[in-house]
Design a protein around this ligand. Sequence first.
Ligand code: VGL
Ligand code: ZN
Length: 189
Amino acid sequence: MILEPTDALLVIDVQNDFCPGGALPVPGGDGVILPLNRLINRFETVIYSRDWHPDDHCSFSLDPQFMDGSWPVHCVQDTPGAEFPFALRVPLDAVIVSKGTDPNKEAYSAFQDTDLKNILASRQIQRVFIGGLALDYCVKETALDARRAGFEVYVVEDATRAVSEETGRQAMEALKAAGVRFCFSGEIK
Ligand code: VGL
Ligand code: ZN
């Protein structure tokens, strides 16, 4: 796959709390950083999303089940857990969209209540490549929304990880059924 100026890379929620040692660690979550760093240098358009919750967000549970609706406190605005890992390449002029800021609403997709669609439209983006965390939640919902918005969508398999194996498998099925394609970072030239 040869990159075009109308391609964008979406780096979804690569944040300390989703990496090992964080509040809601995704198994092997920090493994996405290396392939993403390589890709970040190659794309003209790179957009970062971050989970950016108020400290009373509705998804927070005192007895978290580590599934939809029941998460530990994570990615609270302006805390170290919400920051990008030091090892992740983030240019000074990076475009960052914040989501999950409404205390009463869960928001997995980076399109939900953000400017993402307008940002992509203003740059005439046609194809989006998506990596980051987690495959079974925010990457999945972002990819589905990107399809609904009419983009050609690739999830970069080696640049994403799932919270659980089971829901990760289900996510891949759902994505394939929606016309989302999968590729490896090494195939992107
Ligand atoms: C996410 C669980 C809770 C994600 C966000 O970014 O995939 N997962 N909040
Ligand atoms: Zn969250």
